[in-house]
Design a protein around this ligand. Structure first.
Ligand code: KIV
Ligand code: ZN
Length: 521
Protein backbone atom coordinates (compact mmCIF):
# COMPACT_ATOMS: atom_id res chain seq x y z
CA UNK A 1 0.00 0.00 0.00
CA UNK A 2 1.45 3.40 -1.00
CA UNK A 3 1.66 6.04 1.70
CA UNK A 4 0.39 9.48 0.71
CA UNK A 5 1.94 12.54 2.39
CA UNK A 6 -0.63 14.89 3.83
CA UNK A 7 0.59 18.46 3.38
CA UNK A 8 -1.68 20.58 5.54
CA UNK A 9 -2.01 24.19 4.43
CA UNK A 10 -4.80 25.26 6.79
CA UNK A 11 -2.49 27.82 8.39
CA UNK A 12 -1.34 29.29 5.06
CA UNK A 13 -3.83 28.85 2.18
CA UNK A 14 -6.66 28.15 4.64
CA UNK A 15 -5.98 31.31 6.55
CA UNK A 16 -6.26 33.27 3.28
CA UNK A 17 -10.05 32.63 3.47
CA UNK A 18 -11.98 35.88 3.68
CA UNK A 19 -12.46 36.75 7.35
CA UNK A 20 -10.50 33.67 8.50
CA UNK A 21 -7.48 35.46 10.00
CA UNK A 22 -6.03 33.72 13.05
CA UNK A 23 -4.03 35.08 15.96
CA UNK A 24 -0.60 33.65 16.79
CA UNK A 25 -2.01 31.74 19.80
CA UNK A 26 -4.72 30.21 17.63
CA UNK A 27 -2.23 29.20 14.93
CA UNK A 28 -0.05 27.51 17.54
CA UNK A 29 -3.03 25.66 19.04
CA UNK A 30 -4.11 24.46 15.59
CA UNK A 31 -0.49 23.55 14.80
CA UNK A 32 -0.30 21.42 17.97
CA UNK A 33 -3.54 19.69 17.02
CA UNK A 34 -2.17 19.01 13.51
CA UNK A 35 0.81 17.29 15.09
CA UNK A 36 -1.61 15.06 17.09
CA UNK A 37 -3.41 14.33 13.83
CA UNK A 38 0.02 13.38 12.45
CA UNK A 39 -0.07 15.28 9.20
CA UNK A 40 3.25 14.92 7.38
CA UNK A 41 3.77 18.60 6.59
CA UNK A 42 2.41 21.76 8.22
CA UNK A 43 2.57 24.79 5.96
CA UNK A 44 2.80 27.34 8.73
CA UNK A 45 2.57 30.59 6.79
CA UNK A 46 3.90 33.05 4.23
CA UNK A 47 6.59 34.81 6.32
CA UNK A 48 7.56 37.55 3.88
CA UNK A 49 4.00 38.91 3.76
CA UNK A 50 3.49 39.80 7.41
CA UNK A 51 5.29 39.89 10.77
CA UNK A 52 2.48 37.70 12.17
CA UNK A 53 3.18 34.94 9.63
CA UNK A 54 6.92 35.29 10.25
CA UNK A 55 6.43 34.77 13.99
CA UNK A 56 4.08 31.82 13.46
CA UNK A 57 6.55 30.03 11.16
CA UNK A 58 9.48 30.83 13.43
CA UNK A 59 7.68 29.58 16.56
CA UNK A 60 6.40 26.38 14.96
CA UNK A 61 9.84 25.68 13.46
CA UNK A 62 11.30 25.84 16.94
CA UNK A 63 8.48 24.03 18.75
CA UNK A 64 7.31 21.19 16.50
CA UNK A 65 10.12 18.69 15.99
CA UNK A 66 8.28 15.66 14.70
CA UNK A 67 6.82 17.07 11.50
CA UNK A 68 8.03 18.87 8.37
CA UNK A 69 7.42 22.60 8.56
CA UNK A 70 6.85 24.35 5.25
CA UNK A 71 6.72 28.07 4.53
CA UNK A 72 5.69 29.72 1.28
CA UNK A 73 7.81 32.31 -0.46
CA UNK A 74 7.62 34.48 -3.55
CA UNK A 75 10.51 34.15 -6.01
CA UNK A 76 12.45 37.30 -5.07
CA UNK A 77 15.72 36.77 -3.26
CA UNK A 78 14.78 39.00 -0.33
CA UNK A 79 11.50 37.06 0.08
CA UNK A 80 13.34 33.73 0.00
CA UNK A 81 15.89 34.95 2.55
CA UNK A 82 13.19 36.25 4.88
CA UNK A 83 11.30 32.94 4.58
CA UNK A 84 14.41 30.95 5.37
CA UNK A 85 15.11 33.21 8.35
CA UNK A 86 11.74 32.16 9.83
CA UNK A 87 12.13 28.50 8.89
CA UNK A 88 15.77 27.73 9.53
CA UNK A 89 15.46 26.33 13.06
CA UNK A 90 13.00 23.63 11.95
CA UNK A 91 14.27 20.08 12.25
CA UNK A 92 12.77 19.27 8.85
CA UNK A 93 12.24 22.53 6.92
CA UNK A 94 10.57 22.66 3.51
CA UNK A 95 11.03 25.91 1.60
CA UNK A 96 8.10 26.29 -0.79
CA UNK A 97 8.32 28.65 -3.72
CA UNK A 98 5.82 29.36 -6.46
CA UNK A 99 5.76 30.84 -9.96
CA UNK A 100 2.80 30.92 -12.36
CA UNK A 101 3.03 29.00 -15.62
CA UNK A 102 -0.20 29.93 -17.43
CA UNK A 103 0.04 32.42 -20.30
CA UNK A 104 -2.65 34.55 -18.72
CA UNK A 105 -0.57 34.95 -15.54
CA UNK A 106 2.74 35.25 -17.43
CA UNK A 107 1.48 37.93 -19.79
CA UNK A 108 -0.92 39.88 -17.61
CA UNK A 109 0.65 39.55 -14.18
CA UNK A 110 4.35 38.68 -14.45
CA UNK A 111 4.85 40.41 -17.83
CA UNK A 112 7.84 38.31 -18.87
CA UNK A 113 8.43 35.80 -21.68
CA UNK A 114 8.19 32.02 -21.27
CA UNK A 115 11.98 31.80 -21.73
CA UNK A 116 12.54 34.32 -18.95
CA UNK A 117 10.16 32.35 -16.73
CA UNK A 118 12.10 29.13 -17.17
CA UNK A 119 15.32 30.97 -16.24
CA UNK A 120 13.62 32.60 -13.27
CA UNK A 121 12.49 29.16 -12.07
CA UNK A 122 16.02 27.77 -12.20
CA UNK A 123 17.47 30.82 -10.43
CA UNK A 124 14.77 30.79 -7.74
CA UNK A 125 15.11 27.10 -6.93
CA UNK A 126 18.93 27.28 -6.90
CA UNK A 127 18.82 30.25 -4.54
CA UNK A 128 16.37 28.45 -2.25
CA UNK A 129 18.37 25.23 -2.38
CA UNK A 130 21.52 27.04 -1.26
CA UNK A 131 19.74 27.72 2.01
CA UNK A 132 17.42 24.73 2.44
CA UNK A 133 18.00 21.14 1.29
CA UNK A 134 14.27 20.46 0.84
CA UNK A 135 12.63 22.77 -1.73
CA UNK A 136 9.14 22.59 -3.19
CA UNK A 137 8.35 24.27 -6.49
CA UNK A 138 4.71 25.00 -7.41
CA UNK A 139 3.60 25.82 -10.96
CA UNK A 140 0.72 28.13 -10.11
CA UNK A 141 -2.32 27.89 -12.40
CA UNK A 142 -0.91 24.68 -13.89
CA UNK A 143 -4.35 23.53 -15.05
CA UNK A 144 -4.74 26.57 -17.32
CA UNK A 145 -1.17 26.27 -18.61
CA UNK A 146 0.26 24.62 -21.71
CA UNK A 147 1.11 21.08 -20.39
CA UNK A 148 4.39 21.02 -22.36
CA UNK A 149 5.42 24.28 -20.75
CA UNK A 150 4.54 22.98 -17.26
CA UNK A 151 6.79 19.98 -17.99
CA UNK A 152 9.61 22.26 -19.18
CA UNK A 153 9.38 24.39 -16.02
CA UNK A 154 9.25 21.32 -13.74
CA UNK A 155 12.30 19.86 -15.52
CA UNK A 156 14.19 23.10 -14.85
CA UNK A 157 13.06 23.13 -11.19
CA UNK A 158 14.18 19.53 -10.67
CA UNK A 159 17.53 20.17 -12.40
CA UNK A 160 18.01 23.15 -10.06
CA UNK A 161 17.44 20.96 -7.00
CA UNK A 162 13.69 20.94 -6.22
CA UNK A 163 12.76 17.90 -4.13
CA UNK A 164 8.97 18.38 -4.51
CA UNK A 165 7.07 19.55 -7.59
CA UNK A 166 3.49 20.62 -7.08
CA UNK A 167 0.69 20.71 -9.66
CA UNK A 168 -1.90 23.23 -8.46
CA UNK A 169 -5.39 23.79 -9.80
CA UNK A 170 -5.12 27.30 -8.39
CA UNK A 171 -8.48 28.57 -9.63
CA UNK A 172 -10.46 25.33 -9.27
CA UNK A 173 -10.97 25.05 -13.04
CA UNK A 174 -10.12 21.43 -13.88
CA UNK A 175 -12.46 18.45 -14.04
CA UNK A 176 -11.19 15.15 -12.57
CA UNK A 177 -10.57 13.42 -15.94
CA UNK A 178 -8.64 16.42 -17.25
CA UNK A 179 -6.66 16.83 -14.04
CA UNK A 180 -5.69 13.16 -14.11
CA UNK A 181 -4.53 13.62 -17.71
CA UNK A 182 -2.32 16.58 -16.75
CA UNK A 183 -0.77 14.68 -13.84
CA UNK A 184 -0.15 11.66 -16.10
CA UNK A 185 1.40 13.90 -18.75
CA UNK A 186 3.80 15.39 -16.19
CA UNK A 187 4.65 11.93 -14.81
CA UNK A 188 5.55 10.73 -18.31
CA UNK A 189 7.28 13.79 -19.71
CA UNK A 190 9.36 15.45 -17.00
CA UNK A 191 12.93 14.20 -16.80
CA UNK A 192 13.86 13.31 -13.23
CA UNK A 193 10.27 13.32 -11.93
CA UNK A 194 10.72 9.78 -10.55
CA UNK A 195 13.35 11.10 -8.16
CA UNK A 196 11.15 13.73 -6.49
CA UNK A 197 7.88 13.94 -4.58
CA UNK A 198 4.98 14.85 -6.88
CA UNK A 199 2.22 16.82 -5.21
CA UNK A 200 -1.25 18.15 -6.09
CA UNK A 201 -2.98 21.23 -4.70
CA UNK A 202 -6.62 21.75 -5.71
CA UNK A 203 -9.13 24.52 -5.14
CA UNK A 204 -12.87 24.03 -4.96
CA UNK A 205 -14.39 26.71 -7.19
CA UNK A 206 -16.39 24.12 -9.14
CA UNK A 207 -16.69 21.70 -6.22
CA UNK A 208 -14.04 19.30 -7.61
CA UNK A 209 -11.09 19.83 -5.24
CA UNK A 210 -11.36 16.49 -3.44
CA UNK A 211 -12.20 14.54 -6.63
CA UNK A 212 -9.25 16.14 -8.43
CA UNK A 213 -6.88 15.38 -5.56
CA UNK A 214 -8.01 11.74 -5.49
CA UNK A 215 -7.65 11.58 -9.29
CA UNK A 216 -4.05 12.75 -8.80
CA UNK A 217 -3.48 9.95 -6.28
CA UNK A 218 -4.72 7.38 -8.81
CA UNK A 219 -2.13 8.76 -11.24
CA UNK A 220 0.64 8.12 -8.71
CA UNK A 221 1.28 11.42 -6.89
CA UNK A 222 2.62 10.95 -3.39
CA UNK A 223 1.59 14.23 -1.72
CA UNK A 224 -1.75 16.01 -1.41
CA UNK A 225 -2.12 19.59 -0.22
CA UNK A 226 -5.33 20.24 1.64
CA UNK A 227 -6.96 22.06 4.55
CA UNK A 228 -9.16 21.12 7.48
CA UNK A 229 -12.84 21.69 6.61
CA UNK A 230 -11.67 22.69 3.11
CA UNK A 231 -11.15 26.30 4.26
CA UNK A 232 -9.20 28.57 1.93
CA UNK A 233 -9.25 31.23 -0.76
CA UNK A 234 -12.67 31.78 -2.36
CA UNK A 235 -14.50 28.39 -2.32
CA UNK A 236 -11.57 26.90 -0.43
CA UNK A 237 -9.08 24.06 -0.83
CA UNK A 238 -9.47 20.29 -0.93
CA UNK A 239 -10.92 19.09 2.34
CA UNK A 240 -8.39 17.03 4.26
CA UNK A 241 -10.86 14.94 6.24
CA UNK A 242 -12.66 13.89 3.06
CA UNK A 243 -9.44 12.82 1.34
CA UNK A 244 -8.12 10.95 4.38
CA UNK A 245 -11.38 9.09 4.95
CA UNK A 246 -11.86 8.34 1.23
CA UNK A 247 -8.42 6.71 1.22
CA UNK A 248 -9.15 4.80 4.40
CA UNK A 249 -12.66 3.68 3.49
CA UNK A 250 -11.78 2.84 -0.12
CA UNK A 251 -8.28 1.49 0.40
CA UNK A 252 -9.38 -1.39 -1.83
CA UNK A 253 -9.78 1.07 -4.70
CA UNK A 254 -6.92 3.50 -4.12
CA UNK A 255 -4.36 1.01 -2.78
CA UNK A 256 -3.01 3.95 -0.80
CA UNK A 257 -3.30 5.30 2.73
CA UNK A 258 -1.97 7.93 5.12
CA UNK A 259 -0.34 7.77 8.53
CA UNK A 260 -2.94 10.09 10.01
CA UNK A 261 -4.67 9.54 13.36
CA UNK A 262 -8.16 9.89 11.86
CA UNK A 263 -9.86 9.76 15.25
CA UNK A 264 -8.49 13.31 15.77
CA UNK A 265 -10.27 14.65 12.67
CA UNK A 266 -13.47 15.79 14.31
CA UNK A 267 -11.68 17.61 17.12
CA UNK A 268 -9.43 19.36 14.60
CA UNK A 269 -12.41 20.33 12.47
CA UNK A 270 -14.16 21.84 15.51
CA UNK A 271 -11.08 23.78 16.49
CA UNK A 272 -10.52 25.26 13.02
CA UNK A 273 -14.21 26.08 12.68
CA UNK A 274 -14.38 27.86 15.99
CA UNK A 275 -11.08 29.79 15.69
CA UNK A 276 -11.82 30.88 12.13
CA UNK A 277 -15.46 31.64 12.84
CA UNK A 278 -16.51 29.37 9.96
CA UNK A 279 -19.38 27.15 10.93
CA UNK A 280 -19.27 23.63 9.44
CA UNK A 281 -22.54 22.86 7.58
CA UNK A 282 -24.41 19.97 9.25
CA UNK A 283 -24.38 17.91 6.04
CA UNK A 284 -20.59 18.29 5.50
CA UNK A 285 -19.03 14.90 4.75
CA UNK A 286 -17.10 13.25 7.61
CA UNK A 287 -17.21 16.13 10.13
CA UNK A 288 -20.73 17.62 9.75
CA UNK A 289 -23.11 17.18 12.69
CA UNK A 290 -25.42 15.06 10.53
CA UNK A 291 -22.70 13.02 8.83
CA UNK A 292 -23.65 9.99 10.94
CA UNK A 293 -27.30 10.83 11.70
CA UNK A 294 -29.86 8.44 10.28
CA UNK A 295 -33.33 9.90 10.23
CA UNK A 296 -35.46 8.01 7.73
CA UNK A 297 -37.39 5.05 9.10
CA UNK A 298 -35.98 2.67 6.51
CA UNK A 299 -32.40 3.64 7.35
CA UNK A 300 -33.00 3.46 11.10
CA UNK A 301 -34.50 0.03 10.68
CA UNK A 302 -31.43 -1.11 8.71
CA UNK A 303 -29.04 0.42 11.23
CA UNK A 304 -30.75 -1.35 14.13
CA UNK A 305 -30.44 -4.68 12.35
CA UNK A 306 -26.89 -4.23 11.07
CA UNK A 307 -24.87 -0.99 11.23
CA UNK A 308 -23.08 -1.57 7.92
CA UNK A 309 -26.38 -1.49 5.99
CA UNK A 310 -26.18 2.31 5.87
CA UNK A 311 -22.88 3.27 7.48
CA UNK A 312 -19.60 3.07 5.57
CA UNK A 313 -17.54 4.66 8.38
CA UNK A 314 -18.12 4.65 12.11
CA UNK A 315 -18.45 8.01 13.90
CA UNK A 316 -15.73 6.90 16.32
CA UNK A 317 -13.33 6.48 13.36
CA UNK A 318 -13.23 10.26 12.99
CA UNK A 319 -13.67 11.07 16.68
CA UNK A 320 -17.39 11.84 16.40
CA UNK A 321 -18.21 9.38 19.21
CA UNK A 322 -21.04 10.23 21.56
CA UNK A 323 -19.70 8.74 24.73
CA UNK A 324 -21.52 10.20 27.70
CA UNK A 325 -19.39 11.19 30.63
CA UNK A 326 -20.40 9.16 33.64
CA UNK A 327 -19.51 12.03 35.96
CA UNK A 328 -22.12 14.36 37.36
CA UNK A 329 -22.22 17.39 39.58
CA UNK A 330 -20.96 15.43 42.56
CA UNK A 331 -17.85 14.23 40.73
CA UNK A 332 -14.47 15.27 41.95
CA UNK A 333 -11.34 16.66 40.36
CA UNK A 334 -9.60 13.34 40.23
CA UNK A 335 -12.24 11.54 38.16
CA UNK A 336 -12.68 14.55 35.90
CA UNK A 337 -8.95 14.79 35.24
CA UNK A 338 -8.81 11.06 34.47
CA UNK A 339 -11.68 11.44 32.00
CA UNK A 340 -9.99 14.38 30.24
CA UNK A 341 -6.86 12.27 29.85
CA UNK A 342 -8.92 9.38 28.53
CA UNK A 343 -10.49 11.50 25.79
CA UNK A 344 -7.12 12.88 24.75
CA UNK A 345 -7.19 16.41 26.20
CA UNK A 346 -3.68 17.80 26.53
CA UNK A 347 -3.58 18.78 30.21
CA UNK A 348 -0.25 20.53 29.86
CA UNK A 349 -1.75 23.26 27.68
CA UNK A 350 -5.07 23.40 29.58
CA UNK A 351 -5.98 25.48 32.60
CA UNK A 352 -7.43 22.50 34.47
CA UNK A 353 -8.96 24.46 37.36
CA UNK A 354 -10.85 26.79 35.00
CA UNK A 355 -12.15 23.87 32.93
CA UNK A 356 -13.18 21.97 36.05
CA UNK A 357 -15.07 24.99 37.38
CA UNK A 358 -16.88 25.44 34.07
CA UNK A 359 -17.72 21.72 34.05
CA UNK A 360 -19.22 21.93 37.56
CA UNK A 361 -21.28 24.97 36.60
CA UNK A 362 -22.56 23.15 33.54
CA UNK A 363 -23.28 19.94 35.44
CA UNK A 364 -25.45 22.02 37.80
CA UNK A 365 -27.63 23.12 34.90
CA UNK A 366 -27.51 20.15 32.56
CA UNK A 367 -28.47 16.54 33.23
CA UNK A 368 -25.81 14.85 31.10
CA UNK A 369 -22.48 16.34 30.22
CA UNK A 370 -21.09 14.83 27.03
CA UNK A 371 -17.60 14.90 25.58
CA UNK A 372 -18.83 17.42 23.01
CA UNK A 373 -19.87 19.69 25.91
CA UNK A 374 -16.40 19.38 27.38
CA UNK A 375 -14.90 20.27 24.04
CA UNK A 376 -17.12 23.37 23.83
CA UNK A 377 -16.02 24.34 27.35
CA UNK A 378 -12.38 24.02 26.29
CA UNK A 379 -12.97 26.13 23.18
CA UNK A 380 -14.78 28.74 25.26
CA UNK A 381 -11.92 28.80 27.78
CA UNK A 382 -9.35 29.17 25.03
CA UNK A 383 -11.23 32.07 23.46
CA UNK A 384 -11.87 33.81 26.76
CA UNK A 385 -8.20 33.42 27.76
CA UNK A 386 -6.96 35.17 24.64
CA UNK A 387 -5.35 38.58 25.34
CA UNK A 388 -8.25 39.64 27.48
CA UNK A 389 -8.61 43.40 27.73
CA UNK A 390 -12.16 42.85 29.03
CA UNK A 391 -13.96 39.95 30.66
CA UNK A 392 -17.71 39.49 30.91
CA UNK A 393 -18.64 39.58 34.58
CA UNK A 394 -22.42 39.75 34.46
CA UNK A 395 -25.22 40.21 31.97
CA UNK A 396 -28.89 40.69 32.73
CA UNK A 397 -31.70 41.15 30.23
CA UNK A 398 -35.39 41.87 30.34
CA UNK A 399 -37.41 41.23 27.22
CA UNK A 400 -40.66 39.72 26.00
CA UNK A 401 -43.82 40.72 24.21
CA UNK A 402 -44.98 44.26 25.04
CA UNK A 403 -41.65 45.17 26.62
CA UNK A 404 -38.59 47.05 25.42
CA UNK A 405 -35.53 44.78 25.47
CA UNK A 406 -33.15 46.18 28.07
CA UNK A 407 -29.72 44.89 29.06
CA UNK A 408 -27.36 45.62 31.92
CA UNK A 409 -23.78 44.52 31.47
CA UNK A 410 -20.82 44.43 33.83
CA UNK A 411 -17.28 43.92 32.49
CA UNK A 412 -13.93 43.64 34.22
CA UNK A 413 -10.95 45.24 32.52
CA UNK A 414 -7.46 43.76 32.71
CA UNK A 415 -6.37 46.63 34.98
CA UNK A 416 -8.93 45.51 37.57
CA UNK A 417 -11.66 48.10 36.90
CA UNK A 418 -15.32 47.08 37.04
CA UNK A 419 -17.33 48.81 34.30
CA UNK A 420 -21.09 48.71 33.97
CA UNK A 421 -23.70 50.18 31.71
CA UNK A 422 -27.18 49.53 30.37
CA UNK A 423 -28.93 49.99 27.04
CA UNK A 424 -32.12 49.38 25.13
CA UNK A 425 -32.17 47.38 21.89
CA UNK A 426 -34.39 45.97 19.18
CA UNK A 427 -34.03 42.54 20.79
CA UNK A 428 -32.18 41.07 23.79
CA UNK A 429 -28.92 40.43 21.90
CA UNK A 430 -28.98 43.91 20.37
CA UNK A 431 -29.57 45.41 23.82
CA UNK A 432 -26.58 43.49 25.23
CA UNK A 433 -24.37 44.59 22.31
CA UNK A 434 -25.46 48.21 22.72
CA UNK A 435 -24.64 48.07 26.43
CA UNK A 436 -21.20 46.59 25.69
CA UNK A 437 -20.66 49.29 23.04
CA UNK A 438 -21.26 51.92 25.70
CA UNK A 439 -18.34 50.48 27.68
CA UNK A 440 -15.93 49.43 24.90
CA UNK A 441 -16.37 52.26 22.44
CA UNK A 442 -14.79 50.76 19.31
CA UNK A 443 -16.74 51.38 16.09
CA UNK A 444 -17.54 48.15 14.29
CA UNK A 445 -20.23 46.43 12.31
CA UNK A 446 -21.67 43.04 13.15
CA UNK A 447 -21.60 41.10 9.86
CA UNK A 448 -22.37 37.53 10.94
CA UNK A 449 -24.13 35.94 13.88
CA UNK A 450 -24.86 32.25 14.26
CA UNK A 451 -26.11 30.10 17.13
CA UNK A 452 -25.66 26.34 17.25
CA UNK A 453 -26.60 23.84 19.85
CA UNK A 454 -23.67 21.64 20.87
CA UNK A 455 -25.79 18.59 21.59
CA UNK A 456 -29.45 17.75 21.34
CA UNK A 457 -31.87 18.59 24.17
CA UNK A 458 -33.44 21.68 25.66
CA UNK A 459 -30.66 22.02 28.22
CA UNK A 460 -27.89 21.91 25.58
CA UNK A 461 -24.96 24.29 25.52
CA UNK A 462 -25.42 27.00 22.88
CA UNK A 463 -22.43 28.15 20.87
CA UNK A 464 -22.44 31.60 19.34
CA UNK A 465 -20.02 32.52 16.56
CA UNK A 466 -19.93 36.08 15.27
CA UNK A 467 -17.94 38.26 12.90
CA UNK A 468 -17.44 41.98 13.28
CA UNK A 469 -15.75 44.35 10.85
CA UNK A 470 -13.65 47.34 11.74
CA UNK A 471 -11.12 49.33 9.73
CA UNK A 472 -11.52 46.98 6.77
CA UNK A 473 -10.70 43.85 8.78
CA UNK A 474 -12.83 41.03 10.11
CA UNK A 475 -12.64 39.65 13.65
CA UNK A 476 -14.38 36.54 14.88
CA UNK A 477 -15.79 35.90 18.34
CA UNK A 478 -16.95 32.73 20.08
CA UNK A 479 -18.87 32.05 23.27
CA UNK A 480 -20.58 28.99 24.75
CA UNK A 481 -23.13 28.82 27.55
CA UNK A 482 -26.45 27.14 28.29
CA UNK A 483 -27.93 30.65 28.09
CA UNK A 484 -27.58 31.90 24.52
CA UNK A 485 -27.75 35.56 25.62
CA UNK A 486 -24.70 34.96 27.84
CA UNK A 487 -23.01 33.06 24.95
CA UNK A 488 -23.78 36.01 22.65
CA UNK A 489 -22.32 38.49 25.14
CA UNK A 490 -19.18 36.35 25.53
CA UNK A 491 -18.80 36.10 21.75
CA UNK A 492 -19.05 39.87 21.35
CA UNK A 493 -16.56 40.62 24.15
CA UNK A 494 -14.25 37.97 22.64
CA UNK A 495 -14.38 39.59 19.19
CA UNK A 496 -13.70 43.03 20.68
CA UNK A 497 -10.74 41.67 22.66
CA UNK A 498 -9.31 40.23 19.44
CA UNK A 499 -9.89 43.50 17.62
CA UNK A 500 -8.16 45.49 20.36
CA UNK A 501 -5.27 43.08 20.55
CA UNK A 502 -4.73 42.90 16.79
CA UNK A 503 -5.29 46.56 15.92
CA UNK A 504 -3.53 47.78 19.03
CA UNK A 505 -3.81 50.81 21.25
CA UNK A 506 -3.58 53.25 18.36
CA UNK A 507 -6.75 51.86 16.84
CA UNK A 508 -8.54 52.16 20.15
CA UNK A 509 -7.59 55.82 20.40
CA UNK A 510 -8.67 56.49 16.82
CA UNK A 511 -11.90 54.64 17.49
CA UNK A 512 -12.62 56.71 20.57
CA UNK A 513 -11.90 59.92 18.67
CA UNK A 514 -14.26 58.78 15.92
CA UNK A 515 -16.98 58.07 18.45
CA UNK A 516 -16.42 61.46 20.09
CA UNK A 517 -16.69 63.16 16.69
CA UNK A 518 -19.91 61.26 15.97
CA UNK A 519 -18.39 59.59 12.89
CA UNK A 520 -18.76 56.01 13.98
CA UNK A 521 -21.61 53.78 14.99
O1 KIV B 1 -3.33 27.76 -5.26
C1 KIV B 1 -2.12 27.85 -5.47
O2 KIV B 1 -1.62 27.83 -6.61
C2 KIV B 1 -1.25 28.01 -4.30
C3 KIV B 1 0.21 27.81 -4.52
C4 KIV B 1 1.01 28.68 -3.61
C5 KIV B 1 0.56 26.38 -4.36
O3 KIV B 1 -1.73 28.17 -3.19
ZN1 ZN C 1 -3.85 27.45 -3.18
Amino acid sequence: MRQIRIFDTTLRDGEQAAGGALTLEEKLEIGRQLTRLKVDVIEAGFPSTSPGDFKAVETMSREFRDVEIAALSGFRENQLERTWEALKSAERPLLHTVISTSDIHIEKQLRISRRELVELTGRTVRFAKNMCPHVEFSAMDATRSDPDFVCEVFAEAIAAGATVVNIPDSVGYAMPGEFAELVRYCMNNVPGIDEVIVSVHCHDDLGQAVSNSLAGILEGVSQVECTINGVGERAGNASQEEIVMALRTRADYYQAGTRMVHSELFKTSRMVSSYMGMVVPPNKAVVGANAFAHSSGLHQDGMLKERTTYEIMRPEDVGQGHSKIVLGKTSGRHAFRAHLEEIGIDLETTDFEAVFLAFKQLADRKKEVSDRDIQAILEDQFHQAFDQAYELDMVQVTCGSNSIPTATVRLKSDDGKVLKDAALGTGPVDAVYQAINRIIDVPNELTEFSVNSVTEGIDALGEVTIKIESRGRTFTGYGADTDIIVASAKAYVNSLNRLLSILGVEAQEDARAAVAAGVAS
